[in-house]
Design a protein around this ligand. Sequence first.
Ligand code: NAD
Ligand code: UDP
Ligand code: UDP
Length: 316
Amino acid sequence: MRKQILVTGGAGFLGSHLCEKLIKEGNEVICVDNFFTGQKRNIEHLLDYKNFEVIRHDITFPLYLEVDEIYNLACPASPVHYQIDPVQTTKTSVSGAINMLGLAKRLKIKILQASTSEVYGDPEIHPQPEHYKGSVNPLGIRACYDEGKRCAETLFFDYYRQHNLSIKVMRIFNTYGPNMHPYDGRVVSNFIVQALKNENITVYGGGNQTRSFCYVDDLIDGMYKFMHSENKFTGPVNLGNPNEFSIIELAQKTIELTNSKSKIVYKPLPQDDPMQRKPDIGLAKRKLNWQPKIKLEEGLKKTIEYFENLLKEEAI
Ligand code: NAD
Ligand code: UDP
Ligand code: UDP
């Protein structure tokens, strides 16, 4: 069925891939973005579609539209960016969520929240299952994002209980792929851009900290399946790739796949940087029949190709 779908943060990395999928399925897609970390080039190719519309808007302000479904993705995701204006980051997660929930409540429609593995903080349990309540420092430099996202989850579940709203809360683990901002500051884009330019690869701390990297196509597939799952399955559900790598392994793999002359250099570990992260995806497997298919090497190759093209176009 053709739907009117609102995607907030639609010009960002994940949002642009989601908009493309929804447009190609014939839906009317409205992308709302304030272009804080989003890029016009991510959605330029979608502007030719008659069923695509873009609105420059900051979701911390009310928004009145008529739609059938909402994907709430607006929020900077990279620590470097969400720490530039931490107050705005919390406002986006909290006031932004209230506005989007208010919109969903008025229209009596389903709303999906892009939450994050950061709700687990620096986890003491490994891998992280959904019932783990997390270990977040509420005063640290990551708190604007972590606590903002935690509060957004609270708001989603309160609108669900208090207003009978149909909600979907997904916890996304580190995802990478084309359309990441080249200077977004996240590890995969940093390492690839540094390697392609034969610059030093900046490993923070000893590089023994781990992350589990999911390729964007797998993540979007999971997000879509979750939105279309039975109504009573509200989540929270973890979506990510459980294959865990240390940051030093990622640096070495990136150098190898790009044939780079880059050297690894060590920089201080940022405050509150989690030591390990890996999703327990048992729930997603059972409820959504979903699991990632794309291996790190394959995904990195596709991502490297994207940044190589940007380099050729002198866009980076
Ligand atoms: P991104 O920074 O590329 O995209 C976020 C988009 O939101 C950008 O286009 C930005 O301009 C827009 N935005 C920010 N504040 C806004 C506001 N107040 N009003 C309107 N638009 C606003 O990040 P991403 O990786 O695409 O992440 C998308 C969502 O997924 C975020 O909510 C993020 O927290 C969540 N997430 C992503 C990851 C990941 O690994 N990519 C992991 C966990 C959670
Ligand atoms: N809101 C919005 N669009 C709508 C409906 C509501 O942006 O179509 C905002 C509105 O600014 C409000 C917020 O969502 O402050 C929360 O709405 P809700 O109805 O839950 O609460 P209330 O209006 O009572 O504050
Ligand atoms: N990191 C790194 N070098 C970089 C960027 C990040 O070593 O140039 C590390 C960072 O300290 C963290 C991991 O890579 O341990 C993942 O960082 P990212 O910002 O991508 O996401 P996070 O999972 O920390 O939110």
